[in-house]
Design a protein. Sequence first.
Length: 470
Amino acid sequence: MPNTILAKRWPWLTAAALVVLATLSSLVTIRWGDPRPVGSSEDIAKLADRTDLNVLFILIDTLRSDRLGSYGYGRDTSPMLDGLASRGVRFARHLAQSSWTKASMASLWTGLYPNRTGVTRFNHVLPDEGVTLPSEILRDAGFRTAGIYRNGWVSPYFGFSQGFEVYERPIGQTNRPGLVRKNPTIKGGGTDQNLTQSAAEFLRVHGKERWFLYLHLMDVHEYLYDEESALFGSSYSDIYDNATRWVDRTLELLLVHLADKGLLENTLVVIASDHGEAFLERGREGHARFLYKETTEVPLIISFPFKLEPGLVVDVRTRNIDIWPTILDLMGLPPLPETDGRSLVPEILAAARGERMQDDAGLAFADLDRAWGRRQQDPMPSFAVTQGPYRYVRIPLDNGTQTEELFDAGEDADELENVIEARPEIAARLRAEVDDYIENTRTPWQNTLPPLEMDEMQLNQLRALGYSIP
């Protein structure tokens, strides 16, 4: 069913969601009780046999993993997410494939690295012919599919609505008193509460069917929080933590709603992010400029329809391109036809059995065209590759030259000391891996779309997110 059919219902759907807001807001101070039964590794293996399983895929834009308590952060920014991790699966070393949303999300949905999606610049489009996305696989399996997003880089005109019956940006309501938006470049209205309200209304209509719901949250990206979440100070780094706490509470309301409706016990909940954020670790702030640890290491948490006691931790290197091969495998659904990613179900089951898997030889790439938003400039591709404790980064410079850096997380957890001169053999090996990566640019589909001719309204919608597009 094309997304234009159910999209016609969207005005009443959004309006009806306002009723849900009143209900959810009354629960804001309640810590959600987890009603799910206790499960085991056998229950994980049997998920593929279930015919009642739904998928809630939550993408928290700009969320870096080391700002969550479950990933070792000292501040209490994420009690609800930490609770999910403690009773589910947390992937400890998880890499996004870019530090810019559109390139990262194209890789996440297709399971392909950016050099193979071809989506690396502001006007690139994911083709709709020959490309199979998870939403299409789920739709064809009988799921009701809905995507609710607040980031313009995943808009339908970039090709991201494929397979969704409903794919819409929620109508921003007037912000309630006490909300603070501290990113001075952000001009848009609305909050993630508008998004979760619309999600609750979708569940009211389709909750008794099998469903797949994708939510793309933006309040961390926009540094938005309320007075109750203002716990950590006033620097940009502090405000980011406040926003993380606010989003954690917003999602808690949604999980309270799922629990109240009896949906948690047949829903697979996945928490992911497209990229992180820099806070002057190298003298720079923000994202979409470089591929260092702070902008590419992101969380991945999978919560099953049951509790694991204790929860599992997968320590091997994993990647955003592995997410959907894993979800589809867990559910016993057809795989994506061709991917660079792999299912992580063997790693999950090994962790459940108390076994430790080694991945010192595993490679993970990230890719960013540093000129992605400069319409008249030639591409400036930057690359990063991780293997074991090492991260090699290649950065093109404006003068036509390039620089290389190598970091050893085993000795320098923050990856701030460039050890390329002290480790020439490792640098040479990873340099060769990047060269091979650059050569492997074949896309699995034959038809590619020309760059989108974007009008000023579309460009201004993206500029309103704080991005500079000259």
